[in-house]
Design a protein around this ligand. Structure first.
Ligand code: MSP
Length: 497
């Protein structure tokens, strides 16, 4: 049986260029995609842009350009960033593409014909910033900007009809909403009666959207349009084979700010369509700057491009994956970035490589030495590496990526200690064979660590593996070939000041 894996990121609004929060979700998806691929899964990774709606229309208006021009201007900002970050997405969807517009309209027609969409007059508070109707209670919280009282005729999706079915589904599928505390939040929300969802906007108020196929005076509510991208992106209605191969999605990654839309709107839409629900909606926390959320409107955003230009993609990927406990918020500071870089990457990982290769060059003609008899220490290392591989696999599968990384780093620190204690630079003078065993063992440990870190840092690990001519080797102990000439390489992680 082939194992398939489908991971998605939210599609990002194009009102502004991407910041580190957007980069985070995309890197996380990339790490999972690479990890599952390496572990024998047939994978598909989708990301893209959410191009309709009020936010984009307003951003265009400010610049005095057409909304589509605004979108076209933003596309390279995202695409270049993903390229720089070595994001391995299979497709990049834009919601203005004809392939998507036609799927949205087909779906609207289907749901309308099923009488799950009806027209009604509605009077209520509307938050322009959130682009949705809000309750009096919500308005009182002060979390919503630009609130207007609006009375208008609109189309509604019978979300309430699926409330009980959704509750039952969540209860019988404990992995559907993760982490646990987010699931509880949704269960709590579903305790109260669910309103139907307004899925139209009269063109007089908002014109930038997908026209309703059954009423030309309206466009589709941006979220009803955007969520459907996850189906369009794998060929829904176009490529049955592709769609059936990858749906239901394995992981739909989101930030906690868009939990309700993904854990309530989205599954009820799928229920109306008779489509299976994704296996897991996973909500991560926020990157904070001095304890407050990074956001375009506050103006405290970190530009990932600047960080990458200064330090390269891999250290940025490493820092984001190592620092955040999935599900919780994390503070981003340049200082902690530098500390993490120096302690883990320069002092532990990079240093081990330069020690090993320097000693091989100096004492073994630049070749990987032949290991002699393993002592207790080497046997222990071999066993540790075996356990490490199992632990890392288990932890990534449980979305404990930061812990998996820490395990690898701990292993590397242990090897540094082993090299120190064994002192092969002294040993070589009296017992060259055993000094060779120590260097071979440390080299093996580096090779295995690099393979395990590949999904996190695909570039630097690939340099390391190339230096040992060990690209494409397996995780089994003994992948280094004695006698192989070490290739020259730049220091992997030069220390930062
Ligand atoms: N367009 C919608 C999503 C539609 S999905 C069908 C949207 N876009 S967004 O541009 O505002 O960004 C969405 C996602 O970016 C968040 O859910 C989250 O994944 C990520 N982040 C944005 N700011 C973030 C932080 N400060 N920290 C971490 N992630 C954040 O919402």
């Amino acid at each position: 049986m082939s194992k398939n894996f489908y991971v998605t990121t939210p599609i990002y609004y194009v009102n502004d260029k991407p910041h580190i929060g957007h980069a985070y979700t995309t890197i996380l998806a990339d790490v999972l995609n690479r990890f599952y691929q390496i572990n024998g899964y047939d994978t598909f990774f989708l990301t893209g842009l959410d191009e309709h709606g009020q936010k984009v229309q307003e951003a265009a208006k400010k610049k005095n350009i057409e909304p589509l021009e605004q979108c076209d201007e933003m596309v390279p900002q995202f695409k270049n960033l993903w390229e720089k970050l070595h994001i391995s997405n299979n497709d990049f969807i834009r919601t203005t593409e004809p392939r998507h517009v036609s799927v949205v309209q087909d779906i609207l027609t289907k749901v309308f014909n099923k009488e799950d969409i009806y027209k009604d007059e509605y009077e209520g508070l509307y938050s322009v910033s959130e682009e949705r109707f809000i309750t009096e209670k919500e308005a009182e919280t002060g979390n919503f900007r630009d609130i207007k009282k609006i009375k208008e005729k609109n189309y509604f999706f019978r979300m309430s009809k699926y409330q009980n079915k959704l509750i039952k589904y969540i209860e019988s599928n404990p992995n559907f909403i993760q982490p646990e505390h987010r699931k509880n939040e949704i269960i709590g929300f579903l305790d109260k009666p669910l309103n139907d969802l307004c899925i139209s906007r009269p063109k007089s108020r908002l014109s930038w959207g997908i026209e309703l196929p059954f009423d030309k005076e309206y466009v589709t509510y941006v979220w009803f349009d955007a969520l459907i991208n996850y189906l369009t992106g794998i060929g829904f209605k176009k490529d049955k084979k592709l769609f059936e191969k990858y749906w239901p999605a394995s992981y739909q990654l989101i930030g906690k700010d868009i939990l309700t839309t993904h854990a309530i709107y989205w599954p009820t839409m799928l229920m109306s369509l008779g489509i299976e629900l994704p296996k897991t909606i996973f909500a991560h926390g926020w990157w904070l700057i001095s304890e407050s959320k990074m956001s375009k409107s506050i103006g405290n955003v970190i530009d990932p491009m600047e960080l990458i230009n200064e330090h390269g993609a891999d250290p940025v990927r490493y820092y984001l994956m190592r620092e955040m406990v999935l599900g919780q918020d994390s503070n981003f500071t340049v200082e902690s970035f530098k500390n993490r870089y120096n302690s883990d990457l320069a002092n532990d990982f990079g240093n081990l490589l330069s020690r090993v290769s320097t000693l091989m060059k100096k004492n073994f003609e630049g070749k990987i030495p032949l290991p002699n008899k393993m002592t207790k220490m080497e046997k222990e290392i071999q066993l540790k590496s075996k356990n490490l591989i199992e632990n890392v696999r288990g932890k990534v599968k449980n979305m404990r990526i930061n812990e998996a990384i820490e395990d690898i780093m701990q292993f590397i620190r242990g090897i540094n200690k082993y090299v120190e204690v064994s002192a092969p630079w002294k040993m070589v003078k009296v017992d060259k064979e055993n000094a060779g065993t120590v260097l071979f063992t440390a080299g093996e440990a580096l090779r295995i660590s690099a393979l395990l870190l590949e999904p996190i840092m695909p570039n630097r690990t690939s340099e390391l593996l190339a230096a040992f001519d060990a690209k494409g080797t397996s995780l089994n102990w003994g992948g280094l070939v004695p006698g192989t000439i070490l290739k020259d390489h730049d220091p992997l992680f030069p220390r930062l000041k």
